[in-house]
Design a protein around this ligand. Structure first.
Ligand SMILES: [Fe+2]
Length: 186
């Protein structure tokens, strides 16, 4: 791995899923991660968040849960797992890795943050409360775009958006990717 930020997302997803401590069908499992990724990418078009960090947050933030309850410190464990895999399964420069680490470690203990990338990660996670029938609370969101989705109940916009802009390519093949949609599907 020589590229500064080199990620083959398919391989990373597979490895992390193979090392889960919860069921893959858990409410905090890969189905949720995929939704967080989509929400995050959608929000990032508006917030300017770094999309690599957003996509890695989706994979790592809940991947070291041991149960579907509060599971104290699961975010920190996910952050440390991301650290463990860095430079083995993916590379990321120091500045972006710091954002990823903080986003994962603090995602349940902290509500608000100024950094647009971390704010986007956290809002993406919170918007997906919809999957368990909970309406996200606007007062727990950071970004205007996430708040507007909740206020206008426009969650369906994601389906339309990604139907028209499929996630393609990966970061190691930037030159091949769809310029309209910067990231991949797995
Ligand atoms: Fe989550």
């Amino acid at each position: 791995m020589n590229n500064k930020n080199c990620i083959t997302y398919n391989e990373l997803w597979s490895y992390v899923i193979d090392n889960l401590n919860i069921s893959p069908s858990s409410i905090h499992g890969p189905g949720h991660w995929k939704s967080v990724e989509r929400y995050g990418l959608f929000l990032s078009d508006n917030t300017g968040a770094n999309q690599i960090v957003v996509r890695l947050f989706a994979i790592f933030h809940d991947c070291k849960r041991i149960n579907d309850g509060q599971d104290k410190d699961h975010g920190l464990r996910g952050a440390n797992f991301a650290k463990q895999l860095r430079n083995k399964l993916y590379t990321l420069n120091d500045q972006l890795f710091e954002l990823l680490y903080e986003a994962c470690a603090d995602h349940t203990d902290q509500i608000f943050i100024e950094d647009a990338t971390i704010a986007t990660c956290w809002d993406a996670d919170r918007l997906d409360l919809k999957r368990i029938g909970i309406q996200p609370d606007v007062s727990y969101l950071n970004t205007d775009i996430a708040k507007s989705i909740v206020i206008n109940n426009s969650f369906e916009i994601l389906k339309i958006h990604f139907k028209n802009n499929p996630i393609v390519g990966d970061n190691c093949a930037d030159k091949n990717r769809n310029p309209k949609r910067k990231c991949i599907n797995v």
